[in-house]
Design a protein around this ligand. Structure first.
Ligand code: BG6
Length: 471
């Protein structure tokens, strides 16, 4: 007997700018993700062709079917549907996703659709500096409405944003170019708040428009261990999770910032402008489920806030921390874990911890929408890709899911990253995650052939046996 319920959804994931290519075809507008990838295009792949899903979608969906996928988690490109972000709808863009969604359904695969995966239409940056301005909320809601009306008869699972909690801390993704750290954080806090409002409005709209629709966020999960059992280190580890992830889930669930997060916003003097009516909007945006992405765990030691800063906070940049953040914690290496060649500390047990933690906090059904191992795979002379390391990684993480289900966690499904090789955020096509190899290099498009890796056949068997093969 399998540990996974009969209804368990097995899938795989991707996102628009990382696979589609056709970046300006059929009227698509430029996005922030395109813009940032073009900055690096002298050195590595950009979003112009990516995995060329735009011209290979039928072939790719046939491979998804053969793999046995029950869901496909992917994102729509806002700028393909509304090229300038808030103006005219582009019929060709709308049509493209109709064809993809029809084809998925004909092949027995449920579409699991994200509305916004790091790719804000660039026109909105030019007009409003994107999320800094409340008009971006209206633009997003208009886009969401178009999607719910166009695809809502067929798409029942929706995700508003991918990793708002991580995206907000990556200046490049938000187009935060402010050199002064305090001003940058002030802009960040406003953007974050506006995205929460957009999230809540889109959630409410989905419930109104899509019959039996389910909608939720996909957060970047964090699980931080204290370096020692010193209370300060424990506090630092907890705060890292709290300030990076839990505050975001709390906002989605309760519709307001928790005391701790408000304290931070106040002390840093960056409380965003909150208008009358906002509270009401946020209250009605409660998600139906929580999706999260999980790759690794972190380790932290206490780092006192800088006394010199008037708000008692301190901004660290550079290698001390994994990305911009304020005070309290220093990123440490966990000597009990092995790290991937790209530095991710591999930790299946951490996934069980996160699943139990979020379940006990919110008691909402959950789904894992990303989990995987980025490696520099090679196509060998036999025309194959042997990736035993990926099989090991995914096997152990699926086992952790099984353990969590036995712990009583309501887990709806598992959709690892990624279905096919795609444009990694920082390492182009050097770092690959897919079950399907895309025959291209960063600076050489080759023939873009699709080649099933060893992990593809292995995962196919996992799905076929509903995970029983792992027991
Ligand atoms: C997640 C993102 O944070 O991590 C994906 O949702 C991304 O878009 C993935 O590709 C892996 O990160 P990277 O930097 O290796 O591509």
């Amino acid at each position: 007997m399998s540990r996974f319920p009969e209804t368990f959804l097995w899938g795989a994931s991707s996102s628009a700018f990382q696979i589609e290519g056709g970046w300006d075809e059929d009227g698509k507008g430029m996005t922030v993700a395109d813009y940032n990838s073009f900055k690096r295009s002298d050195r590595q792949a950009d979003s112009k062709v990516a995995s060329d899903f735009y011209h290979h979608w039928q072939e790719d969906i046939a491979l998804m079917k053969e793999l046995g996928m029950q869901i496909y988690r992917f994102s729509l490109s806002w700028a393909r549907i509304i090229p300038d972000g808030d103006g005219e709808v582009n019929p060709k863009g709308v049509e493209f996703y109709h064809r993809v969604i029809d084809c998925l359904i004909e092949n027995g695969i449920q579409p699991f659709v994200t509305l916004y995966h790091f790719d804000l239409p660039y026109a909105l940056v030019e007009k409003y500096n994107g999320w800094e301005d409340r008009r971006c909320i209206d633009a997003f809601v208009k886009y969401a409405e178009v999607c719910f009306k166009e695809y809502g008869d067929q798409v029942k699972y929706w995700q508003v944003t991918n990793e708002q909690n991580l995206m907000i801390r990556v200046d490049e993704r938000m187009n935060i170019n402010e050199p002064d750290p305090w001003k940058a954080d002030k802009i960040r806090a406003a953007m974050d708040y506006h995205m929460f409002l957009a999230h809540a409005r889109a959630t409410k709209l989905c419930h109104e428009i899509v019959k039996d629709g389910k909608i939720g966020p996909a957060v970047s999960s964090t699980c931080t261990y204290p370096l020692t059992n010193k209370p300060e280190d424990v506090w630092a580890a907890k705060m890292n999770d709290y300030m990076k992830t839990v505050y975001c889930l709390d906002m989605h669930y309760y519709g307001k910032y928790s005391g701790l997060y408000m304290r931070y916003l106040k002390e840093r003097d960056i409380v965003p402008e909150m208008l009358e009516g906002d509270e009401e909007i946020l209250k009605y945006g409660r998600p139906d489920y929580i999706a999260f992405n999980y790759y690794r765990t972190l380790c932290a030691s206490y780092l006192p806030a800088d006394e010199e800063h008037p708000a008692g906070m301190r901004v660290y940049r550079g290698n001390e921390v994994d990305f911009d953040q304020y005070g309290w914690c220093r990123d440490e290496r966990n000597t009990n874990l092995q790290a991937s060649e790209y530095g991710a500390q591999i930790d299946p047990m951490g996934l069980r911890i996160v699943l139990n933690d979020y379940w006990s906090r919110y008691h909402l059904p959950m789904i894992i929408t990303e989990n995987g191992l980025g490696m520099a795979d090679t196509l060998t002379e036999d025309g194959k890709v042997h990736d035993p390391y990926r099989i090991d990684y995914i096997r152990e993480h699926i086992r952790a899911c099984g353990d969590a289900i036995e712990d009583g966690v309501e887990l709806m499904g598992y959709s690892p990253w990624s279905f096919e090789d795609l444009l990694s955020s920082h390492q182009g096509f050097r770092k690959r995650y897919g079950f399907v190899y895309i025959n291209r290099e960063d600076m050489d498009l080759k023939d873009l052939a699709r080649i099933k890796k060893d992990s593809y056949y292995w995962y196919q068997n996992v799905i076929k046996t509903n995970g029983e093969v792992l027991d």
